[in-house]
Design a protein around this ligand. Sequence first.
Ligand code: ZN
Length: 480
Amino acid sequence: MAWKMKQGYELVVGLEVHAELATRTKIFCSCPTTFGAVPNTQCCPVCLGYPGALPVLNAEVVHFAAKAGLALGCRIARFSKHDRKNYFYPDLPKAYQISQFDQPLCEGGELLISTAAGEKRIGITRIHIEEDAGKLIHDERGTLLDMNRCGVPLIEIVSEPDIRTPEEADAYLRKLRTVLRYTGVSDCRMQEGSLRCDVNLSIRKPGEAFGTRTEMKNLNSFVSVVKAIEAEYDRQVSAIEAGETILQETRRFDQRSGQTYAMRRKENANDYRYFPEPDLGPVIVTETQLAAWQGELPVLPDARKAAYMAQYGLSAYAAEQIVSERAIAEYFEQAAALSHAPKTVANLLITEVFRLLDGEDAVICISPEDLARLADMTEDGEINNNTAKAAIAGVWQTDETPEDYVNRLGLRQISDAAVLSPLVRQTIEENPKMVAQYYGGKASVKRAIMGAAMRLAAGKANPDMMMRLVDEALDGQENK
Ligand SMILES: [Zn+2]
């Protein structure tokens, strides 16, 4: 059910998304970033924060972060710098995080989202580079610390408070993940924590100043983001209606109860005592680098969607489904180029192939050539749509071609008038009552006659051809 405003309070949401960059090594040392390694095997004095250890910036981190910025339409700073964010971090032994404060690498981008209400632009305030912290593992022995994640490079993507419904938040996150995965700078696997989202939320009467916002940190699925927004919105509306004041604080969303709970009063930027990181030089990006990085960007989902709609006549919905993953878009383009029925290719892809795909990194187990051939056979009336789908499922992960499958099971449509005409004649002879009703003016009976003829052909008749023959037999029309 669509979400609705309550008592005239507008929802105002901004999202902060942390994405782990897919560099091979960490941001300030050469330790590997492989996910799932034995705890504390991918660390060195730099990422463990030993006194005197000096960070060296991994150039690939700037490259990847700038690429993300370019894909999201940001201005890339030619000069930016790192700052220390001081805090008590139980999982970051230096007691500060190296981040970027007042001079981030990327600023002023945007993302186009589409929801049932239409398309909308969500502003992107900034993208900055920072290091990740380690991981606390709570089990029956107490709390353990895995430092492998210390120093894994992150980008933090901060949106403008432009989001007005939970659905828009969901669409924003999905689109952001799509764009980041297109560029290859992050795999954005939420279940592995490589994409995490903080929600800033306030409410107001439309036209009024922004209300006090609360923050919910480290939500790790799209569903929990939506649920957390709904719950916190309801809480703030009830609180204000009861005459209470909203406090600026960090709250925790509890999935089991579906409620949010206060954790701590929210710090302001000046509480972190940011200061420039003295152990690192500035981040300089040259025009030459920028041009090269721009050239590495793939055709992005919005451009592909527009092309599919214009070139192949796909609906916005179908085009959007296909561009949601770069590998699927590229697969579709290969198959569509080989077929004279690209719309049918798209239809088979988003129905049957999507149904068979399992998980976000799943591989399509039918070649683009075979899908193109099936689409052509459907378009040419050799098989019907249901047979095409059955053939995709039938040859999935096998070596058989769909054409062999169709032939082996005798699934070809019969389009031959010489075969179908006698069946039509037989139908008319066997159903004199229906024929009389039809000539008596009951036009709808034609459908029943058609159905009876199709049954005689065991469902394998080409329906268009059969309809034409039924028309000719009943009305004597010489339809061509
Ligand atoms: Zn290290």
